[in-house]
Structure formats: C-alpha cells, structure tokens
Ligand binder design. Structure first.
Ligand code: 9D3
Length: 258
C-alpha cells in the first residue's frame, strides 16, 4: 500500500516513519510512504503556501494552488492507480478503527495536511473526504496523518508479527482489552491473578473475556450501549454486574463538540 503525504512540514514525518514497525514495513515493501513538501509546488519567489483569510480574521489559510499542483504531480507519477484523497481537518469525519479498516483496503492514499487556521475550501473539493482524529485542537494535520498511516499500515498483511496479534485485540471486537501481567508473579507485594498461573486455558480464556467486559462496562459503557452480546458474553456481563456495585461513569467519551 502506498501513502503520499502533502505538507508544509515534511520534517515532522521523519521520526515516526523511520522507527520500529513502520520502518520495517517499508523495508519489507509492505508499505511505501512518500512525503512531499508543498513549498516545492509554489510558483512565486517567496514560495508562499498561505495567505490571510478573505473577510478578515486571525491566522492564515493554506493556498489552494500548491495543493492542486502537488496532487497533479503525485498522480502524474502513477497514472494507472487511482488514489483515495483525504484531507486531515478538524471538521472531518471522526477517524475510528472502522475507518482504518475501510482505508486498509485501498491501494493508494493521498493525505493532505492542513496547517494554520485551515485550507482554502476550494482545495478541499479536490479531496474525496475530510478526516479528523478526535475532538481536541492540534496545530495541524501532520500528527493526524501519521496516526492514520500508523493505524492503516498495521492492518496490512505481514506488518505485525503473527496473524493473532491483529484479530484478538481490543478494538477488533469493540471491547477494551483484559489486564495483562508478566514476571514476577508477585511484584512489590502485588500478586498476579491466580487463574493466570493455573495452566487451565479454558479458565484463563473465560477470565480474560470477563475482565474485558468488566473494563469496558466500567470505562467505556458507550461501547456496550445498544450492542447485542452472544449468550456467553451476556452470562459473563451478568456476573460482572452482580459483582460491581456502582453504575459506570455517566459521561460518554468522544461525543463532545470542539
Ligand atoms: C477555532 C477554530 N479552530 C478549529 C477547531 C481552528 C483550527 C484549529 C486547529 C484549525 C486548524 C487546526 C489544526 N488542526 C488540524 O489541522 C487537524 C486536527 C485537529 O486539530 N484535531 C483533530 N484532528 C485533526 S485533523 C487536522
């Protein structure tokens, strides 16, 4: 899978993409990432990428022309593919695991990073869609683009170690993960739950599922609301509810406007 990133701060991408899993994924040819400096697509002597907003107001707006020229250049370089063009903006559709799964099926993504107050609306018409990574204010679309690349890249076959590592995890079945423990069996007086040392794999599996349900009920009740659980999960959740005194926090994360 290929990612082309359009940005006025190409240097921001060197760290995250050249370490660890994303580095190995590129070395193994599983993903390809090309970062393009929008300044290279300016026409004036000062290599201008932004200007003040029509109608007045604070901040700067990114010019449409360098974005259009950069898009034309990266498409011209691969005339037989068809990219999905995504602009990272605070007003976009919220990026969730479901969106990551959807994008992971694409062959080619072009990510346009806004910076300053925003992008000229006419340049946004060149994108297929806008994505936001959540309701908090960042300084630009660069970190969001890296978040999207990371979440999408790890879903490409072969990028993570084993096949199990993707499928068994929290957001793949919409629940939070069960708690994890490693050596020593007693750390500063705190023991590991006995069942995990029992060697009884059926009991361990059941305990983990129950603790995943407990944690989700406690911390993210929104993930369980309006969801039909299979009978085994329903049974485990009833046990959790009988054990847990108070109702979970009433607040639902992720639904507050900026
Ligand atoms: C007060 C109006 N602000 C909108 C919330 C202006 C503004 C703030 C920050 C405009 C752009 C930005 C820079 N942020 C992004 O470009 C961005 C972003 C974000 O801030 N949060 C979550 N996802 C994203 S994707 C791009």
């Amino acid at each position: 899978m290929r990612f082309d990133v359009l940005t006025v701060f190409p240097g921001m991408f060197s760290g995250p993409l050249t370490e660890s899993i994303l580095k190995r994924a590129q070395e193994n040819g599983l993903i390809e990432v090309a970062v393009h400096d929008l300044r290279e697509f300016t026409a004036d002597r000062h290599r201008t990428t932004d200007d003040s907003p029509f109608g007045g107001g604070a901040g700067m707006v990114m010019l449409a022309e360098p974005i259009a020229r950069a898009l034309e250049a990266v498409r011209r370089a691969r005339p037989h593919g068809r990219p999905r063009i995504i602009a990272l903006t605070p007003a976009g559709r919220c990026f969730k695991q479901e969106v990551a799964r959807e994008l992971a099926r694409e062959e080619w993504l072009i990510l346009i990073c806004g910076h300053y107050e925003g992008i000229d609306e006419r340049a946004l018409t060149l994108a297929d869609e806008e994505l936001s990574i959540g309701d908090y204010v960042l300084t630009g679309g660069e970190l969001p683009a890296m978040v999207v690349i990371d979440a999408v890249a790890r879903l490409q076959p072969g990028v993570l170690g084993g096949a199990a590592s993707t499928a068994e995890e929290s957001f793949d079945d919409g629940l939070l993960e069960y708690p994890h423990y490693t050596r020593p069996a007693v750390w500063r007086g705190l023991p590991v739950p006995e069942v995990l040392l029992s060697g009884n794999h059926a009991a361990i599996r059941r305990w983990r599922r129950k603790e995943a349900l407990r944690r989700t009920w406690r911390r993210r009740p929104d993930l369980l609301a309006g969801r039909r659980l299979p009978p085994e999960d329903e049974q485990l959740l009833q046990e959790v509810l009988a054990e847990e005194g108070e109702a979970p926090e009433p607040s639902v994360p992720g639904d507050a406007p900026l």
